[in-house]
Ligand binder design. Structure first.
Ligand code: URA
Length: 210
């Protein structure tokens, strides 16, 4: 496996991913499963966040508990499919900030085209989780991370559901400092830039637009 890539092979994640890949899965089911896996991936990707002591009162006595140190995380979904992770992750981290990054891939060239960016201004002080279910060519991921770095982000993590080896290589060549979490690494990309065996177009399956 490539360096700096974590495959989350928890049985719950793998089971839900298989349900999502199934071509007969409904739009509703697909969307629900993506949110559920988003929650499980959020659990894994935040595993090493630093903790700090905090003194609290239980009903019995004072004690020193632990809380996550530093500013709230930023969840940065790449529109539109990345939004599918958002509700699940926000249910675990309800105070997280959200940065929306509008990028679509040109169907001819497969290049990333940017059309929207809105984020908290203090990105330099926060951990940023960049979200996109499909790491295919890596063009969108590379462009989104570039945008975030330009605005000051320094601590970035990329979270996806499926990755193609080509996308991982591309992302790590351009942004070797950004670790990747994925539920699976599939075989390859086809001539249209789809991940094989994959699950098809995540945005279309999530929103029923096909
Ligand atoms: N985007 C998708 O939605 N699916 C793929 O297989 C590749 C990119």
């Amino acid at each position: 496996m490539a360096a700096n890539v974590t495959v989350v092979d928890h049985p719950l994640v793998q089971h839900k991913l298989t349900l999502m890949r199934d071509v007969t899965r409904s739009t509703k089911g697909f969307r629900e499963l993506l949110n559920e896996i988003g929650m499980l991936l959020a659990y894994e990707v935040t595993r090493d966040l630093p903790l700090e002591p905090v003194t609290i009162e239980t009903p019995l006595q004072a004690m020193e508990g632990r809380q996550i140190a530093g500013k709230k995380l930023v969840l940065a979904p790449i529109l539109r499919a990345g939004v599918g992770f958002l509700d699940g992750m926000l249910s675990l981290m309800p105070a997280a900030r959200v940065a929306h990054i509008g990028i679509y891939r040109d169907p001819g060239s497969l290049r990333a085209v940017e059309y929207y960016f809105k984020s908290p201004s203090d990105l330099a002080d926060r951990t940023v989780l960049v979200l996109d279910p499909m790491l295919a060519t890596g063009n969108s991921a590379v462009a989104a991370i570039e945008q975030l770095k330009t605005r000051g982000a320094r601590d970035l993590r990329f979270v996806c559901l499926l990755a193609a080896p080509e996308g991982i290589t591309h992302l790590q060549q351009v942004h070797p400092d950004v670790p990747v979490w994925t539920a699976a690494i599939d075989s390859h990309l086809n001539d249209h830039g789809y991940i094989v065996p994959g699950l098809g177009d995540a945005g279309d399956r999530m929103y029923g637009t096909r």
